[in-house]
Each structure stands twice: as C-alpha cells, then as structure tokens.
Design a protein around this ligand. Structure first.
Ligand code: NAD
Length: 367
C-alpha cells in the first residue's frame, strides 16, 4: 500500500528519532506518548536539534521536518495513520496492549511496525485478530546514524512486509530482510555476544584494557562503554529476558553478575548516572589509559561464533549477517570478514580454550 500518514508510539530515545526520519521523508507523523514531559521533550528536540542531527547522520534535509510532526497523548489520534511504529518500553504485556488498541483504532489495512529488540512480532501480535499486519521494524541506535532497519515477521503478510520495506527505503534506511523472526533479531544477538564475552574477560582484565583493545581493532566503542551507554540495569534486564529462550548464553559469570548488581544498587548505572564501568562527563565516556590492552581475540571469536549461530538458525545468510554488523555497528568489517582475517581455525581454538578455562557458554564453539 502507498503510505502518506504515519504514527509513532513512544517518544523516547528511539521514537523521537524514528518520528524525525519519517517526517524528513515527507510523511505526516503523529507522535503519541502517555508521558506529557516526554512529548514536550521530543517536540523541543525536533524543533531545535533534529535538522542538525539528520545532517550529522549524512541525511539530506527535506524542508522543515519538525513541521510535519504533531504530538498527542492518545492512541486514538492515530486513526488516519497508514503505518505506525511502536517504540514503547521492552515489556511484552505493554507492547501487546498497544498493538491491540492500535488494531481497534487503525484502518484494516494499516501496518504496525515494532522496534522491539528482544521480543518477536509474533509474540507481540499473539492476541490480535490480524497478526499479519505486524512486522519487525527494528532500528539500530542511534537511528539517525545507523543506516539499517531489520525487517521480519513469520506471520506478516507479503503486503505488510512490502510496506515495511518501502517505508524503510523512503526514510533512507537500508531494509534488511531476515529470513525468520527470532528473539533479539540479528544485531541485538551479535551485540549481546560481544557484551557478554567482555563481561567474561573482566575476570582477567580491567574495563579499560578490554575497551581499548576493542577500539584498537576498529570498533567505534568498546563493549563495556556500550553497556554503560545502555545502562547496567537495562543490560541485566535484557540478559534476564533473553535467558527465557537462550538460557545463560549471554549471561556474565556469577562473580561479575553480582559485581554489576552491586553497581546498580549503588546507583552506578552508566552514562545516565555519570558512572558505570567508566566515568562520564560532558565530553562523554572517560576511559583511562590501561597499562596494556587486553587480548581481544576471545571477544572477536565470540562474535564470529554468534554470527554462525544466526546463519545456523536460519535468521540470515553470511552476507546479510556481515551487513547487519557493518551498518548497525558502524563498522568497516563484519563478523565473517573477521573470520577471514583471523582464520577460522585460530578463532575456533580460542573459543575452545576460553570455554575450557571458564565454562562460559558464549565461548562454546558452534563452527
Ligand atoms: P524509552 O524508555 O527511551 O522510551 C519509551 C517511551 O514510551 C517513553 O517516553 C514512555 O513514556 C513511552 N510509553 C510508555 N508506555 C506507553 C504507552 N502505553 N503509550 C505510549 N507511550 C508509552 O525507550 P527506547 O530506548 O526508546 O526503547 C523503545 C523500544 O525500542 C524498546 O522496544 C527497545 O527495546 C527498542 N530499541 C531500543 C534501542 C536502544 O538502544 N535504546 C535500540 C533499538 C531498539
């Protein structure tokens, strides 16, 4: 279907940028949030920063995108929207409530995209009369600087998938079609494996030694800085959430888990509280210079291992998995490029050694 009017539910970190991308593509956008402060903050952001942020993301500005966005506290304001993205917090019950209400409010052929990072469109649409209108529409963070939207939906109709791809293309994000829906999609699983391996390496190394080693090999930021950025509380909740399907595959070792829980109890949540693994100030994350960088190979090996799992699970082929990390992680190389660079046998040996030493499932080789 051709789309002209759109909506976004949730005006938080992701929703406000998704609304900005839609508006810049020329769509009318209604942004809905139950929290009037969040709506007001999004409006201020759109009016004062959106154009600069779009430019910084390499996106051409079309007119004044902020003028195409209206703000409303009620889902009923979306009655004319033909394509709606939900970006409310990652709680299954909440997301189900939102899509069920949307089903009553929207026209019968309107499409609902979900930006979920760890659930599936099938889970979220399970109680709807027409689950075929729900599709994964997952952005990488920051959405304006990561040129990708992961799209999937085992129950989504062909029209729904096609509409999602068309909208992704129109908003200047590359649509990445996954062959199957899976908890945590592609990017979030790759990212979970890197962050998890970094927490296992904390048994042997200081945070700075791990993150400096990661940036030395070309990551835009280290895995522990990434956990700080997301928030230790949110990271631990995500690990817990994924344990429902993946067991302890992405879990830190017990000793590091309790260290992180203590940090959360003490209010050291990461960027949002000014301190986590690292200190944060106006200039960003302050990473001290380590005596020497840690060996990065176990973390790279865990990433390559997860890339193989994604292919084995039928989520995507090798080329697509490479593209997901390059676009979603703003990296020049993908996991299968790393495999070529470091050598499959060498990485497998690293996994075997680390798995024998630690028992961490993230190191359990699948290739
Ligand atoms: P956020 O907490 O910054 O924003 C969520 C917003 O939803 C809040 O403003 C909240 O008031 C609003 N909200 C809550 N209940 C609502 C309701 N019933 N109706 C309307 N609005 C409601 O969250 P976020 O980081 O933007 O994440 C949103 C979604 O995007 C989650 O599913 C998350 O997993 C996914 N996601 C997040 C990231 C990330 O890095 N933060 C990346 C990709 C995907």
């Amino acid at each position: 279907m051709s789309v002209t009017t759109t909506g976004v539910v949730g005006a938080g970190l992701m929703g406000r940028d998704i609304a900005g991308l839609l508006a810049n593509a020329g769509y009318q956008v209604t942004l809905v949030d139950v929290d009037s402060d969040a709506l007001a903050a999004a409006r201020t952001y759109h009016e004062s920063e959106l154009a600069d942020e779009l430019r910084a993301g390499g996106i051409d500005i079309s007119g004044t995108p902020a003028d195409r966005i209206t703000y409303d506290p009620n889902l009923s304001a979306l009655s004319d929207a033909e394509f709606v993205v939900e970006a409310v917090p990652e709680r299954l019950g909440l997301k189900r409530d939102v899509v069920e209400t949307l089903e009553d409010v929207l026209a019968a052929d309107a499409v609902i995209g979900t930006n979920t990072s760890s659930l599936t469109p099938g889970d979220i649409a399970a109680e709807m009369s027409h689950p075929e209108r729900v599709v994964l529409f997952h952005f990488a963070n920051p959405a304006l600087r990561r040129d990708m939207v992961e799209i999937s939906g085992d129950e989504a109709s062909d029209e729904t998938l096609e509409t999602a791809e068309n909208v992704a293309t129109a908003i200047d994000r590359k649509p990445i079609r996954l062959d199957q829906e899976y908890r945590a999609n592609g990017l979030s699983r790759l990212s979970a494996s890197i962050k998890c391996a970094a927490t296992w390496e904390l048994l042997d190394a200081e945070p700075a030694a791990i993150d400096v080693a990661a940036t030395n090999v070309g990551f835009d930021r280290g895995p522990l800085e990434l956990i700080d950025l997301i928030g230790l509380d949110v990271h631990l909740a995500t690990v817990e959430n994924l344990s429902e399907v993946y067991g302890d595959r992405y879990a830190p070792p017990a000793e590091i888990q309790s260290r992180m829980e203590t940090m959360v109890d003490d209010g050291r949540l990461g960027k949002k509280s000014g301190e986590g693994f690292f200190e944060w100030d106006d200039q960003g994350c302050q990473i001290p210079t380590p005596e020497e960088p840690h060996d990065i190979q176990p973390i790279l090996a865990a990433l390559v291992n997860e890339a193989h799992r994604l292919v084995d699970d039928g989520v995507a082929d090798q080329e697509t998995v490479n593209e997901i990390l390059k676009r979603g992680g703003d990296s020049e190389i993908g996991p299968f490029d790393l495999e070529e660079m470091f050598g499959r046998e060498a990485l497998r040996e690293t996994l075997r050694t680390r798995h024998d030493e630690t028992g961490g499932r993230v190191y359990d080789p699948v290739f």
